[in-house]
Design a protein around this ligand. Structure first.
Ligand code: MG
Length: 190
């Protein structure tokens, strides 16, 4: 197990980690998810302070792509329709030039176990399934969609002096479409 203060990057499952696991199935086939703003602010802060962040999920949806962009997860670190999360995690590590031992992976269900075991720090929410809690290096006391990500971000960033914010650039990392719409709406040059 790698210590919190030695983690240099993050990879996350989505359903049951960023969310409580519930999805709203829309008539057009899209799945709506509720994200926790506190978790998302934590990830943005990590990305803004130089921590590469990846999403590795079996799901796929346009809204998930937009959310990933606002979190500071670029397309090249977004793995949707993942069938083998450990190999996608390895691909991410190669891309960013880090060893898996330097990366934390957060998951909540059985498909996440190989990636959690490959990562230096396997993390899960309090309400992860029993098999995942058994293999996790760290079980947050917060549930999925209820602060488990924020918990991890603060534990990793604070001891490294990276829990820092840049209030002058609140739109950094946001989806380009959102920025364009905001600029048109407000006349602000963002
Ligand atoms: Mg999940």
């Amino acid at each position: 197990m790698t210590r919190f203060e030695d983690i240099k990057a993050f990879a996350f499952d989505v359903d049951g980690v960023f969310t409580d696991g519930l999805v709203l199935a829309m008539p057009d086939g899209d799945l709506l998810r509720q994200f926790n703003s506190k978790d998302c602010f934590g990830v943005r802060t990590a990305a803004d302070n130089g921590f590469p962040c990846a999403i590795i999920t079996g799901g796929v949806s346009p809204s998930l792509m937009h959310r990933a962009h606002s979190l500071g997860v670029p397309d090249e670190y977004l793995y949707m329709l993942s069938k083998d999360k450990a190999s996608d995690l390895l691909h991410f590590c190669q891309r960013i030039g880090l060893e898996p031992s330097q990366v934390a992976f957060v998951g909540d269900d059985i498909p996440d176990i190989p990636a959690m075991q490959l990562a230096g720090l396997g993390v899960c929410p309090a309400d992860a399934v029993a098999e995942v809690r058994e293999v996790a290096d760290f079980v947050s006391s917060f549930n999925g969609g209820r602060g488990c990500i924020r918990d991890l971000m603060e534990r990793v960033l604070k001891p490294q002096g990276k829990w820092k914010f840049d209030p002058t650039n609140p739109w950094k990392g946001s989806h380009p479409d959102s920025i364009t719409k905001y600029a048109k709406l407000t006349g602000k040059n963002v």
